[in-house]
Design a protein around this ligand. Structure first.
Ligand SMILES: [Zn+2]
Length: 458
């Protein structure tokens, strides 16, 4: 064997061995009912929604609301009709609404007093006592290069009909299933003008929470999930999807800041816990997709509908394709120097969008079936010790079959150990100083709640 060849082959063998060892530990069980739901998600359905919605010419937030043929009003009514059609399979549990709200001129992208709207389908949970709510959203509005141009052709096929199609398809395949928790499927408007729809819904949910009606546990924003080829670098990637999550929460009190610094929990905010959960559960159910966690709130120079939820203290993340193509985003549809500009359906890889939709389905279904997260999770830091003591309370609602205590090295991005216990306290022979921990509830079928990072208990 030649020396160079040996140099190449040895690392390859080592890599193979490491992968085998790593996968040997990742035994998982798929819930058949969730797998069946995922099987129903169809690339053809996604394509049909996208193509139909581009026919409204523009869905600019300031476009016509009265025309039946074009503009944001007609598109919103079309989405509502689709939700209503899907709700027929829900035994009256799913309802659809267009939620109008008034926006004042803002000296920027809103030039007049106007009513904007969110199209919302709510699939009520079957357990009255379960207040948990999950929101899956995408934005219906579109734009061209001139942000105030509400008349030109603005198909917005990828940005963000790919996301709206995912929301519609999820409403279709999930509407007949029974979940203890409530799920909201939302098409926002006003995103391109300044995240108006998502801010309105986040504030509304915050108010409902303070009345004790809901507890929002996760907001999944899908914004651009269909492009696979990058401009400039010409990469092609149909097996990775980015999930953006903020590190330090946008809302943090001084007391929470002190706890974060003491615990070293800079990478353990609620949105990051949600992102890790998406990676674990999404990859458990969906083949040929890798969830690539991006440890920042969003891309440079861009924002999204998860941000207003972050700003109100909710766990919210953004799904986004691995590669972006700037020839197609926010451009006037035209041909120049042989390049086709504009956000047209022909540039979407619907099979890729199907896999990302499936990840949303797996995560939402698993969360909506899971018992609520444990309450009052505390790590005992009263004295010096070479062990770790964690305690927690049983949540209200569905009684968990037990709990997973999660553990990882302080420098690792993902949980490494998952220890099952039926008890509400654990003492582990690992020093609390050397690892990070969290606790999640789990039912008999293996549906896990989001992990809760423990508060230091002095
Ligand atoms: Zn967008």
């Amino acid at each position: 064997m030649n020396k160079n060849f040996r140099l190449i082959i040895l690392p390859a063998i080592i890599t193979l061995l490491t992968v085998r060892v790593a996968t040997a530990q990742n035994a998982f069980k798929r819930d058949l009912s969730i797998a069946e739901m995922i099987d129903k998600i169809s690339a053809d359905s996604l394509k049909a929604y996208v193509v139909r919605l581009t026919e409204f010419k523009t869905r600019h937030s300031l476009s016509s609301q009265t025309s039946d043929k074009e503009g944001i009003g007609a598109a919103a009514r079309w989405v509502k009709n689709k939700f209503e059609q899907f709700s027929l399979k829900s035994d009256g549990r799913m309802t659809a609404d267009i939620d109008y709200f008034e926006v004042e001129p803002d000296g920027g992208r809103i030039d007049r007093k106007i009513n904007l709207m969110n199209v919302v389908a709510t699939l009520k949970g079957v357990d009255e006592k379960d207040k948990q709510l999950i929101v899956i959203g995408a934005h219906l509005d579109s734009r061209v290069a001139d942000i105030m141009d509400s008349a030109s052709y603005a198909p917005g096929a990828n940005d963000d009909l790919s996301g709206v199609a995912a929301v519609l398809e999820l409403a279709r395949v999930m509407s007949s299933a029974k979940f203890p928790a409530t799920i909201m499927f939302v098409a926002f408007t006003g995103e391109e003008q300044g995240l108006y729809g998502s801010r309105h819904l986040a504030e509304k949910i915050k108010a409902l929470e303070s009345e004790g009606k809901y507890r929002l546990i996760a907001m999944l924003n899908n914004d651009m999930i269909g492009n696979t080829v990058s401009s400039q670098t010409k990469l092609k990637d149909n097996i990775n999807v980015r999930v953006f999550s903020e590190s330090v929460p946008a809302v943090e009190s001084d007391a929470e800041k002190r706890k974060r610094i003491l615990s070293g929990s800079d990478y353990d905010g609620i949105s990051r816990q949600l992102a890790r959960y998406i990676k674990e559960v999404g990859e458990r159910y969906v083949d040929q997709i890798n969830v690539k966690l991006i440890f920042r709130r969003d891309r440079f120079l861009r924002g999204g509908d998860h941000t207003p939820f972050n700003r109100l203290g909710f766990a919210a993340v953004r799904f986004c394709e691995m590669n972006e193509n700037y020839f197609h985003q926010h451009e006037y549809v035209r041909k120049e120097n042989g390049i086709q500009y504009g956000d047209l359906p022909e540039f979407i890889d619907f099979e890729y969008a199907r896999k990302i939709t499936a990840v949303n389905c797996a995560v939402t279904a698993n969360l909506a079936l899971a018992p609520p997260r444990p309450e009052n999770v505390k790590i005992d830091v009263k004295q010096l010790s070479n062990t770790t003591k964690i305690t927690w309370d049983e949540p209200e609602g569905i009684k968990p079959a037990g709990y997973y205590v999660l553990m990882r090295e302080t420098y690792m991005p993902f949980w490494e150990k998952k220890i099952f216990t039926e008890s509400k306290a654990i003492e582990l022979p690992y020093s609390k100083d050397n690892y990070l921990f969290a606790v999640q509830s789990v039912d008999g079928e293996g549906h896990e709640s989001l992990p809760v990072f423990p508060d230091p208990d002095f």
